[in-house]
Design a protein around this ligand. Structure first.
Ligand SMILES: Cc1cc2nc3c(=O)[nH]c(=O)nc-3n(C[C@H](O)[C@H](O)[C@H](O)COP(=O)(O)OP(=O)(O)OC[C@H]3O[C@@H](n4cnc5c(N)ncnc54)[C@H](O)[C@@H]3O)c2cc1C
Length: 439
């Protein structure tokens, strides 16, 4: 009987483990390995950083979830993977054998690319992990006592920009609420070619709506910017400009987990895992990947390099497809393999208003350069929808539900998004480079 191991219990990994548990009969084991004791709904961390909600509101204990939903829970960090023997090493523990592996380890943060960035050893805050959000909150509360210039932005190579806009605009609102805004000029500094690009070019209205909002709120935008270093109270740009700050939040470039970089042939030089349309590794037939850990190339050539955003909903769709396809490989279900369409919807919350960005799909057709549909809309309703979605997501995680049909139907009826489709090309070749496959 197979042991299917999911590494990472984030927005991709935990729904994948639930989906596998629903699809596979009891004789198969679904093992979940995570270096965090809690599941965290990462989009909620910005509110935590502004002390607008407690961290506990966006976390759930993994040990209890795993017990309740029949997952074999193994806490710890995966430090090595032996592809020929099909086992993985978890720091300080015996090796675990797997038949199938689903890697959903998200982003490792490339602070070392820009000296002085990051909350551990650098001078800038971050909202990428629960600990970062707590440190950002502590620094924010101290900042409110002694306000000054704020710099928010992203390092060259970053691909996740939505949270930086959210951070700048929520900071604006929080300062206005306290009558402190005139003491705290805000600068948004970004490698994007223009404000509102967000790593996805040509989304109808995105540029206009985003730039208009930044202007309305008096936030200075510096685009095409390369942050080269951060000193204790100033950000240095490649053109020599120095941006003084008393509070800075800079999102880093992402790369893959260290163990991926250590296994020859598993990932690219940044540790992102190449995949076939079905989320399967092209060389190793029993390895799948989902979420931020997969390799998706930014199609735009921009003056300053940027990555491609991989949203939570994209991570979940990839994870659902991977789980389904593992069940097909195991012979448990007789159905077509599934492919995530990478049609993406992102609700960005900007205090009392928000913008919904829709790119269907995120990657345009390589031949025509066109998407089926892409647009942005602004409204206060976005804030409410985002809050409601967070509540819904936490409930479904509590209940052990992956990406149910009603969620897919809702996104299809409300936003015209189809998250998964049947894989129509010829089935992928059998294993090349892995041991025998179960099923
Ligand atoms: C501040 C912020 C706000 C965001 N807001 C939005 C939003 O509004 N909407 C949206 O769609 N997307 C948003 N995103 C993006 C979204 O959070 C990601 O797309 C999503 O979390 C990716 O899911 P994942 O499973 O790939 O990675 P994650 O959710 O990061 O999960 C990866 C997990 O793997 C664990 N892990 C890593 N390495 C190992 C290892 N070696 N061994 C064991 N475990 C390991 C990590 O600790 C983590 O728990 C936001 C991102 C950030 C940072």
């Amino acid at each position: 009987m197979a042991n299917v191991v999911v590494i990472g219990a984030g927005l991709g990994g935990l729904p994948a483990a639930y989906e596998l548990r629903h699809l596979l009969p009891k004789e198969h084991t679904v093992t979940l390995v995570s270096d965090q004791a809690e599941f965290t709904f990462i989009p909620g961390l910005i509110q935590v950083a502004f002390n607008l909600k407690p961290l506990a509101h966006v976390q759930l204990g993994l040990a209890q979830l795993a017990q309740r939903h029949n997952l074999n829970w193994v806490p710890g960090q995966v430090t090595a993977l032996d592809l020929s023997r099909q086992h993985l090493t978890i720091e300080g523990q015996a090796a675990i054998a797997y038949d199938y592996l689903l890697i959903a380890t998200g982003a490792a943060l490339a602070w070392d690319w820009v000296p002085g960035t990051g909350p551990h050893g650098g001078y800038t805050q971050s909202v990428c992990t629960p600990n970062h959000a707590l440190a950002a909150r502590q620094a924010w509360l101290a900042f409110l006592e002694n306000p000054g210039p704020i710099v928010v932005g992203a390092a060259p190579g970053a691909g996740c920009f939505g949270p930086a806009y959210e951070f700048a605009l929520i900071a604006d609102q929080e300062l206005r609420r306290r009558g402190l805004r005139d003491q705290a000029p805000i600068t948004y500094v970004t490698p994007e070619p223009y404000a509102g690009h967000l790593g996805v070019s040509g989304v109808k209205n995105a540029r206009e709506l985003t730039a208009e909002l930044m202007q309305e709120r008096g936030i200075e935008v510096i685009d095409n910017a390369t942050i080269t270093a951060v000193q204790p109270e100033a950000v240095t740009l490649a053109d020599g400009r120095e941006l003084p700050f008393r509070y800075a939040m800079i999102l880093p470039a992402f790369r893959g987990a260290p163990f991926i970089r250590d296994v020859p042939g598993l990932g690219d030089d940044q540790g992102f895992i190449p995949i076939l349309p079905t989320q399967r590794h092209p060389q190793f037939a029993n390895i799948y990947a989902a979420g931020v850990s997969v390799k998706l190339t930014q199609p735009d050539v921009t003056p300053v390099p940027i990555g491609l955003p991989k949203s939570g909903q994209m991570a979940e769709a990839m994870a659902t497809a991977a789980a389904h396809n593992i069940a097909v490989d195991l012979g448990v279900i007789k159905a077509s393999r599934k492919v995530p369409t990478l049609e993406a919807l992102c609700f960005a919350e900007f205090g009392d208003t928000g913008i919904a960005y829709i790119a269907a799909p995120v990657l345009p057709d390589p031949k025509t350069g066109q998407r089926k549909r892409s647009y942005a809309v602004r409204g206060s309703w976005v804030v409410w929808v985002k809050a409601a979605f967070e509540e819904y997501f936490m409930i479904k995680i509590r209940l052990g539900v992956g990406m149910p049909w009603y969620e897919r139907l809702g996104l299809r009826s409300l936003f015209g998004l189809q998250l998964l489709k049947d894989f129509s090309a010829r089935p992928e070749a059998a294993a090349t480079g892995s041991k025998s496959l179960v099923g």
